[in-house]
Design a protein around this ligand. Structure first.
Ligand SMILES: N=CN[C@@H](CCC(=O)O)C(=O)O
Ligand SMILES: [Zn+2]
Length: 409
């Protein structure tokens, strides 16, 4: 099946590099008045309209009112959860902090209780609604974490739901095991017993059933220590799982050094960064990932993204869609907020949300840019004056249509 898209106002994100680093992120290559040829769900060709040679196509679509860019690659989400935490939102408005709510048994443990009480079918149904919502907002590849189960049974349930979503939707999904999201209350002072459960009971079953691509740990004061994080990264590695870590959200305790030294794929959050953390990142290949919607929702500092890019590091942007700190999966808002609050240029923000997001999921050979052979995942915009208008005119929906795997959804 050959589908030709003609007269594209501007085709955006033409790039064959697997990741863009530092000043490279400023470049966003485009072609004005372009065509795009899609064959069997992949990009077969593209170029200027004037270079298009006459051939037979099965379908032709005129895109003369659209800018076309790669679908978003959201490398950090927790979209499989049960219910919501709207009450905690109101509690925070009334003066409690995220930490105070967690210390009273709210937060992650609140979501874990809800998820344990929800059957697998209902959990799938609620999660599928969220996945469909983010696809309509332009997301074509997404990472989804477990971590609201915190028992073997409930963690496996979450990961099976992710597997079913993978099978049923035309969006590329990577699954991450985040059993080390919080210590369940019943383990109290016996935290070592919970770490043993993660390593000796959960990991082997998850690996045996091929339910996860990565392992994650919430390395943070009050959650998991650096030593525990290292132990879990090493255990994951024995089962072939690279790490993608939650680090430096509230405090800088040395998680970044551990991540880089143990070859983590990404370090995510980074709202609180010390100069030595940035220095450490320049010595390794671990990708920093910023989550600006989380900063927005919790009123915590924004990741110093300018400093990271100016240190010649790559940067990826993701949503962190979850019920507690970021009940939003809108990558368009993430891109706009990165420009408005973190001083990224529109070019840097779009690159961070596409090709660098793909790299943070090891998908950049197939996703995240316009290049021959890549999956035909695109956002077709409404009639806007330029791609910079997307973050500038924040909060409006500028998407006319989304194409995933060569089909309009
Ligand atoms: N920080 C850790 N985990 C999630 C939020 C957890 C929650 O509040 O449910 C995050 O990435 O922000
Ligand atoms: Zn998260």
């Amino acid at each position: 099946m050959k589908h030709l898209i003609t007269n594209i106002k501007e085709l955006i994100g033409i790039n064959s590099n697997p990741i863009l680093i530092g000043s490279e992120m400023k470049e966003l290559h485009t072609i004005k008045n372009a065509y795009l040829l899609i064959e069997d769900g992949l990009i077969a060709d593209f170029g200027e309209m004037t270079a298009l040679s006459e051939t037979d196509y099965d379908k032709v679509t005129d895109a003369s009112t659209s800018h076309v860019l790669p679908a978003w690659c959201d490398s950090h989400t927790h979209i499989v959860y049960a219910g919501n935490r709207e009450q905690e939102f109101v509690d925070r408005i009334n003066g409690l902090t995220y930490e105070e709510i967690a210390n009273r048994g709210g937060g992650i443990l609140n979501s874990a209780k809800k998820l344990q009480e929800t059957d697998e079918e209902e959990l799938y149904r609620q999660s599928a609604v969220r996945l469909e919502e983010v696809m309509q907002m332009g997301t074509g590849a997404i990472e989804i974490k477990s971590g609201y189960g915190l028992t073997t049974e409930a963690e496996l349930k979450m990961l099976r739901v992710i597997k079913r979503l993978k099978e049923n939707y035309p969006v590329t999904i990577k699954a991450t095991f985040l059993g080390a999201h919080a210590i369940p209350a019943e383990y109290g002072k016996k935290r070592d017993k919970y770490i043993d459960l993660l390593i000796e009971e959960m990991l082997p079953q998850i690996a045996d059933q091929k339910l996860a691509d990565y392992i994650d740990v919430f390395c943070e004061t009050g959650y998991f220590t650096v030593d525990e994080t290292i132990k879990l990264m090493q255990a994951g590695k024995e089962y072939g799982l690279k790490s993608k870590l939650h680090v430096n959200q509230f405090t800088a305790i040395g998680g970044i050094r551990a991540a880089v030294e143990h070859g983590a794929l990404s370090v995510d959050h980074l709202e609180v960064l010390l100069p030595e953390d940035i220095e450490m990142l320049t010595k390794g290949a671990t990708i920093p990932v910023a989550l600006p919607s989380c900063s927005y929702f919790l009123s915590i500092p924004y990741t110093p993204a300018r400093e990271l890019i100016d240190a010649q590091l790559p940067l990826a942007l993701a949503t962190d869609y979850n019920p507690g700190s970021t009940p939003s999966g809108n990558m368009n808002f993430v891109v706009a907020t990165a420009c408005i609050k973190m001083k990224l240029t529109p070019e840097e923000a779009i690159n961070a949300a596409t090709i660098n997001g793909a790299a943070a999921m090891e998908l950049s050979q197939t996703h995240g840019s316009i290049a021959k052979g890549k999956v035909a995942n695109f956002i077709f915009t409404k009639d806007i004056p330029s791609y910079g208008y997307l973050p500038y005119s924040f909060g409006s929906n500028h998407i006319a249509q989304v194409m995933l795997q060569g089909e309009f959804i």
